[in-house]
Design a protein around this ligand. Structure first.
Ligand SMILES: *Cc1c(COP(=O)(O)O)cnc(C)c1O
Length: 467
């Protein structure tokens, strides 16, 4: 017979919990545990000690925050579900410092009110060559702001081949509509020429030409698209602003990272667009943000629009973005200092050495653990992710586990580790790609694998319990 809540509340072990967390909250935890036992979701405890252990486990579970640090062993560098870019040490430090008071909207020279929109501007100008710049909440916001400021109540000319969906509810036709503008599709899916844009503009009331980078898919074969320079020429001849949604903000040469050619914000600015929009957390490797760079007049117009206020960055983001951008001033070292860039360019041999070392550490934690996992180091491929470089496969080396039918359960075990380790399935096996694991986290991966190996050996590889 399991005692009721009232009887449990008078137990000495319960007094300690009540002293730490308060009576009402602990009462709720007791109810949850009793309910789980009754419903068969938790084992019937043997004695008071077993019950206390269940309650303590429930307290720990309920206390753990919703947003937690995880180890990304998927090999997808800009994994949107796992927070895209891991930030540089310099950015983390700046963000911690900014968590207190700061001169967010305060001019330290004059002591007068300053503008939040001044931070980061000089760096974005330096790095893109633009006259002016503006940082907002994310790139989707930057594009929505640009379209609203320039084309609300008017038409937006977009190539048929660029009516893309980026994911997470960002579809170009819907963004145009949300900006209060009318979509004017131009050309065909595979070919759009300058004349197509000309006809659309001549037909009347086009407030902006929008060019969208096909960042997350590619088309090939009988294709033709209008170059940015041609659109700019057409824009200035007809008095129509050109907005370029670039998506990812790659500020270094893709070739140096071993990746295929990818347009940069600086190239858009040099081509003469009015505004280019790009993300702070895709290839730029900083915190979530959307950057607009372009002419003084265009940026001023976006900054003056009321929507800008609704999309503004907070102080912690601004600090992280500024520190990240500052690292780009030293092009020789930036690839080492921005974690996303470092991960993308990590050589396969280095990852193979680390994978072997992790498996050696697992074996060192107990005889037979490595065998229980049927673990080996195999060749594989990592992805850039974040909806960028859809065709790029980065040659990698990874740890592969022979999970077979148990794959889902083994993955769940790794997720239940503290901190959770996120791996992925590949052809009846589980793979852990250390490309996206910081070297100082290799020990966590080894510990999680050893714990999984022990569970498998104990015949409990399956039972994940309540976790
Ligand atoms: C990623 C992307 C967006 C959205 O950017 P977020 O930073 O995710 O808001 C918009 N347009 C393109 C072309 C993109 O690649």
């Amino acid at each position: 017979m399991i005692p009721g809540v009232d009887r449990l509340l008078s137990r000495p072990w319960c007094h300690e919990l009540i002293a730490a967390y308060g009576r009402p909250w602990i009462t709720d935890r007791l109810r949850a545990v009793l309910e789980d036992i009754r419903a068969g979701r938790a084992p019937v405890p043997s004695g008071d000690e077993g019950l206390a252990a269940l309650v303590n486990a429930e307290v720990t579970r309920a206390l753990s925050p919703s947003l937690r640090r995880v180890v990304n062993a998927t090999g997808v560098v800009l994994h949107t579900n796992l927070g895209r870019a891991p930030l540089a040490t310099e950015a983390r430090r700046a963000m911690t410092a900014a968590a207190g008071y700061g001169n967010v909207e305060f001019d330290l020279d004059s002591g007068a009110r300053g503008s939040r929109y001044e931070h980061c501007v000089h760096l974005i100008r330096e790095l893109t060559g633009a006259e002016d710049a503006l940082a907002v909440n994310n790139n989707a916001g930057a594009v929505a702001l640009a379209l609203t400021a320039f084309a609300s109540g008017r038409g937006v000319a977009v190539s048929h081949g660029e009516l893309v969906e980026i994911g997470g509810g960002f579809r170009i036709p819907e963004v145009v509509e949300a900006a209060g503008a009318r979509l004017v599709t131009v050309g065909t899916t595979n070919r759009t020429r300058r004349g197509d844009y000309e006809r659309a503009i001549a037909a009347g009331d086009v407030g902006a030409i929008l060019k969208v980078h096909r960042s997350n898919f590619s088309i090939s074969g009988f294709t033709e698209e209008t170059e940015l320079e041609e659109l700019v020429a057409l824009g200035s001849a007809s008095g129509t602003p050109v907005i370029h949604d670039l998506g990812s903000g790659l500020l270094v040469d893709a070739g140096a990272l071993g990746l295929p050619r990818e347009p940069t914000p600086g190239a858009s600015v040099a081509a003469g667009v009015d505004l280019v929009a790009f993300s702070g957390d895709k290839l730029l490797g900083g915190p979530q943000a959307g950057l607009l760079a372009g002419t003084s007049a265009a940026v001023a117009r976006a900054r003056a629009h009321p929507l800008c206020r609704a999309l503004r960055c907070d102080k912690v983001t601004l600090a992280g973005l500024e520190a990240t951008l500052a690292l780009y001033r030293d092009p020789d070292r930036v690839r080492e200092r921005i974690p996303a860039l470092r991960m993308i360019s990590a050589p396969r041999e280095e990852l193979m050495r680390r994978a072997e070392a992790v498996l050696a550490a697992v074996a060192g934690r107990g005889a037979g653990l490595r065998r229980a996992l049927r673990a080996e180091v195999v060749a594989g491929e990592s992805l850039v992710g974040g909806g960028t470089f859809p065709d790029a496969r980065i040659p990698s080396a990874m740890i592969s586990l022979g999970a077979g039918e148990e794959a889902e359960r083994w993955l769940a075990r790794l997720r239940a580790h503290s901190p959770p380790v996120i791996a992925r399935r590949r052809k009846g096996r589980i793979v852990l790609d250390l490309r996206t694991v910081a070297p100082e986290e290799d020990g966590v991966v080894a510990a999680a694998l050893a714990a999984l190996g022990e569970a498998i050996r104990a015949g409990a590889g399956g039972g994940g319990g309540r976790d």
